[in-house]
Each structure stands twice: as C-alpha cells, then as structure tokens.
Design a protein around this ligand. Structure first.
Ligand code: GLN
Length: 246
C-alpha cells in the first residue's frame, strides 16, 4: 500500500482555524482510495526531516506565530527548502502562508522571519482586519476551478515577480484587499489565506495536493474520482453565503 508522509509543523501553536480538518481530509481521501497518510508532528525545537511528501503549516495569532517564526527560519529552514526543491508539497495557510514568504511584520511592528519558499512579503496594517467569506477563480495544473473559504488576517501580502497568485478574487479581500490576488503558488508550494478549514469544501484542491504528494513519493497510483456529494454541497453553501451562486 502506498503511503504519503505528511509533516504537520507546529500543530500546538499553528492550528487556529480547524487546520487539523485539512489533514483529516487528506487522510480520508487517501483511505477511500486504499492509500494511507502517515502524519508526524514537528514542534518547537524538533529537527525537521526533509523526507516527507507534504509539509503543512497552519494559521496562528501573531504571538504564537512570532515564536514559531524564529524556530522555522532557524533550524528547520534548510530541510524545508531542500524538501520543496525536491518537489515535496508545502501548504501554508494564513499565518503559515506569511511564514513561507520572506517574512511578516506583525501588528506590533516586530519582524518575523520567513523561509522564502515563495517571493511574497507581508506587513500587518493597523486598519481593519480582512475578514469574511472568499471566492476565487483558482488556476492549478492547467485547470481553472472555483475555490471557497474564509479569511481573517491583519497582514497584507504582496507578491514579487517570482510567484503567481493561487487565484483571482471573485468575492472577499484576498492577499491585500487591493491587488485582486489571493494566495501564491510556486512549483508545489501553495500559500493561501483561506481557512475554515480549506480542504473539506474544496476537494479538487485536496486532490491536487495528493497528486503532487504521490508523485513525490514515487507512487504510480492514479487517484480515482470520489462521489464528493457532501463536499460539493459544502462548496456550494460557502459560495452562496458569500453571495455568489454558481
Ligand atoms: N496573525 C496573522 C494575521 O493576523 C495570521 C492570522 C491567521 O493565521 N488567521 O495576519
């Protein structure tokens, strides 16, 4: 049986918006296809093994994020960069998205270092937090799909020339409330502000992540389609709540 190895970075500090739900979805969608997800946690002070197929970094309050930022950019950065260069998937959600970029200047003005897997930089604004339902037209692997989620962030993220957005904002604020961009993608590294959690109502995105992970694991399995009735209903409900019917 093929096994996909996932490393959950800082589950104690960076799991603010049901991040464990994203991992549960990846595990279940593999199980339904006769495959398995092995989940390992990497906490503060732990060494990071670069042999995983997926690295997951969720969201956090500025206070917790500041603690993990220095640990991540210190002892763990080389392993994470080498894994990403080798084609492993890195999924950073909200605070995690900010820390896989160049860094995040938080609401108190203190700079948190990032690991620069993507060309993006984030600065918190003292103005209103960017909160609410979001709909995107996302583009991955040559496929265009709608992605839905919920955002809640003080940080405004600007993308540099070496990265492209995950999608175009149809409804909501996105990276900075101005650019019309949401998230960022480079190779198999994805950053996004969408949580709530993200993957239960976006099964297409979950399967893109799993396809890339299986490729990294050297497994030849093709992911058979799943019925996804509940997932499609959840997606439609989130889109309807945002006021967009599709
Ligand atoms: N602390 C970050 C911000 O406010 C990220 C928030 C989050 O992860 N929900 O921008």
């Amino acid at each position: 049986m093929s096994v996909v190895r996932l490393c959950h970075l800082y589950p104690d500090e960076m799991s603010i918006y049901a991040d464990r739900g994203n991992i549960a979805v990846l595990a279940r969608r593999l199980e339904w296809r006769g495959l398995r997800l092995d989940v390992t946690a990497s906490e503060l002070g732990d060494a990071l093994d670069d042999g995983h197929d997926i690295y997951y970094l969720g969201g956090g309050q500025d206070r917790d994020q500041a603690i993990v930022a220095h640990d991540l950019a210190g002892a763990k950065a080389d392993a994470l960069r080498s894994a990403a260069a080798d084609g492993a998937v890195v999924l950073g959600v909200c605070g995690g998205f900010q820390l896989i970029g160049h860094g995040y200047t938080g609401t108190d003005g203190a700079r948190m270092p990032g690991v620069a897997l993507i060309d993006a930089d984030t600065v918190a604004e003292t103005g209103p937090r960017l909160i609410g339902d979001v709909i995107l037209d996302a583009d991955l692997d040559g496929e265009q799909r709608t992605v839905v989620g919920f955002e809640n962030h003080a940080g405004r993220t600007r993308l540099g020339p070496d990265v492209r957005p995950l999608g175009r904002v149809v409804h909501g604020h996105g990276n900075d409330g101005r650019s019309g961009h949401e998230g960022a993608v480079r190779d198999h590294v994805i950053g996004t502000y969408l949580h709530g959690p993200l993957l239960p109502k976006n099964p297409w995105l979950a399967d893109v992540v799993l396809r890339w992970a299986l490729e990294h694991a050297g497994a030849s399995q093709v992911l058979d389609p799943l019925p996804d009735d509940l997932e499609v209903a959840a997606h439609a409900a989130a889109a309807a709540r945002a006021g967009v019917r599709r």
